[in-house]
Design a protein around this ligand. Structure first.
Ligand code: NAD
Ligand code: ZN
Length: 369
């Protein structure tokens, strides 16, 4: 097992990464001083069915008390990330409050469970501890670390939320084995992103291996998770509240990526990672046309790597104009402010503001499948 510390003064915590960690979760809670609390364990029915035995047995050994709160089974898990479900969780906390143990929350699941649980922990009694147990690749390399919590509003994703750090993150790599193929690719888009923004040798490893090879090599794969968690932890340490222009580089590929997701929301044609993959290519194309990109081969290397992880190189089903609109332009506003993270070379990005809309439009047209 590897421990990666996130050093944020009194809000510091550890990320534990390794194989079969859930079997000894009770011991990890005891070591972290969390065993004497009353937990509400938040999860989804399908996820709890996978891990119930290991967790309940290990908790029983350490006499850790927990009550289960399962999110409703709706058409998508994102549909559970609402104020309504969050309020029900808060009510469950209130109904347990005042009994003999202090309360804490535990998020067992992907980013949806993690974001919603973290937000309940952040506001209940002005903050109670919560533990993240990420069970998707996206959550292990990204969403469970750094304390961004929240729920969606009908008007948009993650509109209600705050930054509130967990007390511990426990990433059991073996928990990923049941993930459907598309979720693996989805998570790897964020892994590729870390290579592009900061870690040349991580990118080189990804471009040499590919999805199947990495999934089949437990040791290498574990190292990949550790490196991503470390980059995320370092970035959060440097700019916890996303105010110093450091944490923002994690948004590489996300300006166009989010817009592709938003423009195609109705069809749900793209997962987040698939849209971010195309978004990274759009950023490369913009960077090249502005002369910011200093490495002529980078776009092609990124394309090849995305293909090795079954990620698309183009978007379909919506027009470049619709994506541009979703970035924040409408037909009337000629010059609106925008901010893109653009690659300079492998492992280095820069923030560029106010890019002319024609440059963005032509990059988007080039990525329209
Ligand atoms: N807080 C942050 O910094 C941050 C960063 C990135 C994304 N997010 C948020 O995370 C969410 C997306 O997270 P996600 O990609 O993990 O998706 P998710 O939480 O919706 O999980 C994806 C699906 O995988 C299933 N699943 C989870 N673990 C499984 C396992 N081990 N085996 C089989 N199936 C499993 C879930 O039931 C769900 O259907 C979005 O709401 C996004 O806004 C937050
Ligand atoms: Zn993302």
């Amino acid at each position: 097992m590897k421990t990666i510390p996130v050093r944020l003064k009194e809000r510091s915590y550890d990320i534990l990464i390794g194989q079969n960690l859930l079997g000894s979760i009770g011991t990890s809670f005891r070591k972290a001083g969390l065993a004497d609390r009353q937990f509400i364990l938040v999860s989804q029915k399908n996820i709890w069915a996978l891990f119930e035995k290991k967790i309940s047995e290990s908790f029983a050994k350490e006499q850790i008390q927990y009550k289960l709160f399962l999110l409703p089974s709706l058409k998508s898990s994102e549909a559970c990330k609402t104020q309504a479900v969050w309020s029900r969780l808060i009510k469950s906390l209130a109904s347990l409050d005042g009994k003999n143990r202090s309360l804490a929350l535990l998020a067992l699941g992907g980013g949806v469970v993690g974001d919603l649980t973290g937000f309940a922990a952040a506001v209940y009694r002005r903050g109670i501890p919560y533990v993240q147990i990420p069970t998707t690749l996206t959550a292990q390399v990204d969403s469970a670390i750094g304390g961004k919590t929240g729920v969606d509003l009908p008007e948009g994703k993650n509109l209600l939320g705050c930054i509130y750090q967990p007390a511990m993150v426990l990433s059991d790599i073996s928990a990923l084995s049941s993930l459907p193929d598309r979720h693996w690719s989805d998570g790897f888009a964020e892994v590729i992103k870390y290579g592009m923004i900061q870690d040349v040798s991580l990118f080189e490893l990804l471009e040499k291996t590919g999805l199947q090879a990495l999934r089949g090599d437990a040791e290498k794969f574990e190292e990949v998770i550790e490196r991503c968690a470390k980059i995320k932890a370092d970035t959060v340490e440097a700019d916890e509240f996303d105010k110093k222009g450091v944490r923002i580089v994690l948004n590489f590929g996300h300006t166009a990526g989010h817009a592709i997701e938003a423009a195609s929301a109705y069809s749900r044609a793209y997962t987040h990672g698939e849209a971010v993959g195309v978004g990274m290519l759009v950023a490369c194309d913009i960077s090249r046309s502005l002369g910011v990109l200093k490495d002529a081969n980078l776009t092609q290397r990124l394309e090849k790597t995305l293909m090795k992880f079954n990620l698309p190189l183009h978007f379909k089903g919506v027009s470049a104009g619709q994506v541009l609109e979703a970035i924040g332009y409408d037909k009337k506003s000629i010059q609106k402010k925008n901010r893109f993270i653009l690659p300079v070379k492998l492992g280095k990005v820069t923030v560029v503001k106010d890019i002319p809309s024609e440059v963005i439009q032509s990059a988007l047209e080039g990525r329209k499948g």
